[in-house]
Design a protein around this ligand. Structure first.
Ligand code: SAM
Length: 372
C-alpha cells in the first residue's frame, strides 16, 4: 500500500472530508447493526449530495485532478469510437446518441466534430451526468467547441422515458458504480460493512443478505480464508434498463476489467478495488472520504450475461488496443500529425499509452451489445 507517500490534503479539503465522514458516522450510529454495507459507504463517498467525490465540485479528471481517462489523454481515442459508430449513423440518420457519465465533455466534443466532418451527425446527443459540476464542465466544453451544434445537445436528469434507436455510450462509467465488497470468512462469503470505532471508520463483516447470497452463488469463487473481492449488484438491472431503452442500435461501454476467471482468480486475494488521489493509487477506501476516487474493475463475463438477459442479440468485447487499431488509429494519427506536425511526438506518446499492454491497451476493454 502506498498510503504513506500520499500527498496531504489542504486544511479545507480535510474539513470537507471530515464533514462527510461525520455524516457517514451519524448514519452508522443510527443503524441497528451499527454499520453500513460497503456498497452504501461507497455510494456516499462518491455521490452524497454536495459532499461526495463526484458531486462536490472537485476537479476529478485530468492532470489537475486525481486520474486521467482515455478521452482526456487523446482525441485519438474518441476518433476510434466515432469511426466505429459511423456505419450505423450513416444507415440510421434519425438516431440518438446517449452518453452516460461524460466527464469533462471532451469525448462528446470530439465525437460530434468527427461525425460532422463525415456528414453523420445524430439527430440528438443526450448526456446523462449525475455530477452537477461535471455537467457544468460539459456545457462549457461543448459551448466553446461546438456552439453551432448546441441545439442537438441535451442534458438529461435521468434516463429517457421513451425508447429510441441509436447508440448508448459510456467510458469508465461502470467502474464508478458502487460495488459490494465480500470476504471469505469461517467457511462462507460475508458482506463487508463499514463501522465506526473511536470516531474512526473501520471494516467489519456481516452475514450476506439473500439478494447478495444469490449473486455470490452464481459465481465460482475460491474458498480461501480472507479472500476479498467485489461484485456490482446493480449491473443486471442497469443493463436491463438500457436494453429496454434501445429499439435498434448498440451499447458501447469501455472500461478496465477482466473475464470472470481472471477477476476471481485465486491469486487475486484482495480483489480489484483501487483509490486514486492526485494520481497516486492506493487501496484504502476509508481514507479521505469524498476527496478520492474509489473504483473497481468490471467483470466482462457478468456484463455479457446481463446483456444477453436484457435481450441484446449479440455481444462482443475486445481489448482497447485491438479496437482502436481496427477503427482507424493509424489514419487518425496521420491526420492529426498532418494538421499539426509539431504534435507528432506527443501524439506518438498518446498512441503508446492507449495501446501498449502495460498501459491501457490490454487492461481496458471495449464491450458492444446489439439490439434490433
Ligand atoms: C471515471 S468518470 C469517467 C468520465 C468520462 N467518461 C471520461 O472518460 O473522462 C465516471 C463518470 O461516470 C458518472 N456516473 C457514475 N454513475 C453513473 C450512472 N449510473 N449513470 C451515468 N453516469 C454515471 C460519474 O459522475 C462520472 O462522470
Amino acid at each position: 500500500m502506498q498510503r504513506l507517500s500520499l500527498p496531504v490534503p489542504s486544511a479545507e479539503e480535510l474539513a470537507h472530508s471530515q464533514t462527510l465522514q461525520n455524516l457517514i458516522m451519524h448514519q452508522i450510529q443510527a443503524s441497528p447493526t451499527h454499520s453500513m454495507s460497503f456498497y452504501d459507504y461507497m455510494n456516499q463517498a462518491l455521490y452524497a449530495p454536495q459532499l461526495g467525490y463526484y458531486v462536490a465540485g472537485k476537479t476529478c479528471i485530468g492532470t489537475q485532478g486525481d486520474f486521467i481517462t482515455a478521452p482526456e489523454l487523446s482525441d485519438l481515442f474518441s476518433m476510434g469510437i466515432a469511426q466505429h459508430c459511423l456505419a450505423f449513423l450513416h444507415s440510421e440518420p434519425n438516431s440518438t446518441v446517449l452518453e452516460l457519465g461524460a466527464g469533462s465533455g471532451k469525448m462528446a466534443a470530439a465525437l460530434l466534430s468527427y461525425w460532422e466532418s463525415q456528414d453523420a451527425l445524430p439527430q440528438h446527443y443526450y448526456l446523462l451526468e449525475p455530477s452537477p459540476s461535471l455537467k457544468a464542465q460539459q456545457l462549457a466544453t461543448l459551448q466553446a467547441r461546438l456552439p453551432h451544434l448546441m441545439d442537438r445537445i441535451t442534458w438529461l436528469e435521468r434516463l429517457p422515458d421513451q425508447s429510441f434507436q441509436g447508440i448508448i455510450l459510456g467510458n469508465e462509467v461502470l467502474d464508478a458504480m458502487p460495488i459490494e465488497l465480500i470476504r471469505y470468512e469461517q467457511g462462507q462469503y460475508q458482506q463487508v460493512h463499514v463501522t465506526e470505532h473511536n470516531h474512526q471508520l473501520a471494516f467489519t463483516t456481516r452475514t450476506a443478505p439473500q439478494h447478495l447470497q444469490a449473486l455470490i452463488a452464481d459465481l465460482s469463487l475460491p474458498s480461501i480464508a480472507g479472500y476479498t473481492t467485489e461484485l456490482n449488484p446493480q449491473l443486471n438491472a442497469w443493463v436491463n434498463t438500457l436494453g429496454a431503452l434501445l429499439t435498434k442500435g448498440f451499447l458501447l461501454l469501455i472500461d478496465y476489467g477482466y473475464s470472470q476467471a481472471e477477476y476471481y482468480h485465486p491469486d487475486r486475494t484482495q480483489g480489484t478495488l483501487q483509490c486514486f488521489y492526485r494520481h497516486h493509487v492506493h487501496d484504502n477506501p476509508l481514507l479521505y472520504s469524498g476527496l478520492q476516487d474509489i473504483t473497481a474493475s468490471v467483470d466482462f463475463d457478468a456484463l455479457t450475461q446481463a446483456a444477453v438477459k436484457a435481450g441484446f442479440h449479440s455481444t462482443d468485447w475486445t481489448s482497447q488496443a485491438h479496437f482502436l487499431i481496427q477503427n482507424g488509429l493509424e489514419q487518425h494519427f496521420q491526420q492529426l500529425v498532418f494538421s499539426n506536425p509539431e504534435l507528432s511526438y506527443s501524439l506518438a506518446q498518446q498512441v503508446r499509452i492507449l495501446t501498449l499492454p502495460a498501459e491501457m491497451g490490454e487492461r481496458f476493454k471495449v464491450f458492444r451489445a446489439d439490439k434490433g
